[in-house]
Ligand binder design. Sequence first.
Ligand SMILES: [Zn+2]
Length: 251
Amino acid sequence: MLLTILGGCGAWPGAGQACSGYLVEHDGFRLLVDPGYATVPRLLERVTADQVDAVFVSHGHPDHCADLNPLLRARAFRDDPPAPLPVYSLPGALDAVLALDRPGILTDAHVLREFTAGDRIDIGPFHAQTRLLPHSVPNAGVRLTAGERVLAYTGDTGPSPEVVELARGADLFLAEATYADRVPEDLRRNLSSARQAGRQAKEADVRHLLLTHLQPGTDATAARAAAGAEYDGEIGIATSGLAIDLSCKPS
Ligand SMILES: [Zn+2]
């Protein structure tokens, strides 16, 4: 299983950066997880729009799904449009982004496959176990298994025992860490710090922690240090272009 980070900014894309966007590949199948702001230009540096086989969206905030619109446009406006793109999301999560174009324009470019958080879904070679995690809107964390490797991704989440269950024993834990050490009081139930991500990585006994969704202005060095105070394993920061082959990780 190969993970390529298209973007790792939380909330809005910093200069030259992109928001949440992750290309996950296995056995030639390309799954795009969270096409957030500015991720499509990074995606198109690597593959053509028609080479994406499916999209999974954790929740309906635009920093996680706004670039679904240009991705679907890039497919629909071709002379020879590819087959409709399967798009997995929670019910209603994509209503706003799918309404950006007038009705009918992108209808044939996608097929919406809405699921309920907690569902297990097979997406190509990936087995996806979804889990409802606390956020200001419904948010589905996902545990992707393929080739005996496990990638756990939180989307956006406040701290919860459910996060630990999602990540239990994962080869890679891709964890939202909007802040380094301290989440503002009014957001504490809906977002996490790098320190909390580190604590949960330790509790879940994951093999590798990758911090993502750092809000522009959150210091990456401070985030890594805060997570490292809680978790002894390998810690990385998700930035555009970073690629991790989970198959190469020692078992
Ligand atoms: Zn969000």
